[in-house]
Design a protein around this ligand. Structure first.
Ligand code: IPE
Ligand code: IPE
Ligand code: MG
Length: 252
């Protein structure tokens, strides 16, 4: 009599291993204006469509196991745009924070801000502080909003903070600087995505991105959807990160 088939873990078909997702993804959300112009709409409609894309993309990265998502929403240089566009972007941010905080909170998202708060209207500063306070103990993905953010301003602010703390020349190390950046406590970004095709960093996370992988897509931010998220993560999964070293099989 033949013995019953043995089912063991070893015999089950091998499921291909999913590559490790990046821990921290940062996105330069570009192309809102072009998205609107291509549709004969005002640029502001592109910005609105861009804001409406934030929650689905946050959820999508969280579903893929990403722990930190940083979104570049307004740069220190964006103040140089025409007054009506700047005014619109500021009021849109206020609207978005008020409208999106609760649904993001319900999903366990922790909201943080990086950049300067002091140049924003008081009402917007309060709304941002309230959304950080409400969500601070959440255990889901951390959504880091880079608003009035510039990488050079961040480094200058960090140097000033170190001087104010009384650090001496020998105390000024990479770790010390890192601890004084807006991003203190966050891991460096593993993957930086830029939508709308431009191959530049535009003053975004210039210290933290020293060894980030870059992914640029021609898709404009309002059209960047779950499929685009999967494509970016797949591209990242195929990268070999060497940090200046050699591959293990080249060191024998
Ligand atoms: C990105 O979209 C949003 C911000 C910079 C605030 P843009 O407004 O830069 O869109 P394009 O680059 O003009 O298409
Ligand atoms: C970068 O986009 C800033 C944000 C996405 C918030 P910009 O549109 O400001 O960048 P440049 O001017 O093309 O470099
Ligand atoms: Mg742009």
């Amino acid at each position: 009599m033949s013995s019953p088939p043995q089912h063991s873990v070893e015999q089950s078909p091998r499921i291909p291993e999913e590559p490790e997702p990046p821990k921290h993804v940062a996105i330069i959300m570009d192309g809102n204006g072009r998205w609107a112009s291509e549709r004969g709409m005002h640029r502001s409609e592109g910005h609105r469509a861009g804001v409406n894309n934030v929650r689905r993309i946050t959820t999508s990265f969280a579903d893929h196991g990403v722990k930190y998502l940083t979104l570049f929403a307004f740069s220190t240089e964006n103040w140089e745009r025409p007054d009506d566009e700047v005014g619109f972007l500021i009021s849109l941010m206020g609207e978005a924070v008020r409208q999106e905080t609760q649904p993001l909170h319900d999903q366990g998202v922790r909201i943080r801000h990086i950049g300067r708060l002091d140049r924003l209207p008081d009402g917007l500063q309060d709304a941002i502080r309230e959304s950080m306070e409400l969500t601070k103990d959440n255990k889901g993905i951390t959504l880091n909003l880079a608003y009035d953010y510039g990488g050079r301003a961040e480094i200058i602010d960090a140097v000033r903070a170190m001087v104010a703390d009384g650090l001496r020349p020998d105390d000024i190390t990479e770790d010390a600087l890192q601890r004084h950046l807006y991003t203190a406590g966050l891991p460096d970004p593993d993957l930086i995505i830029r939508t709308a095709g431009e191959m530049r960093i535009s003053n975004f996370l210039i210290w933290q991105s020293a060894y980030a992988e870059y992914y640029v897509t021609d898709v404009h931010w309002p059209d960047f959807d779950e499929r685009q998220v999967a494509k970016a993560l797949e591209a990242y999964g195929g990268r070999q990160r060497r940090y200046g070293r050699l591959d293990p099989d080249e060191t024998s």
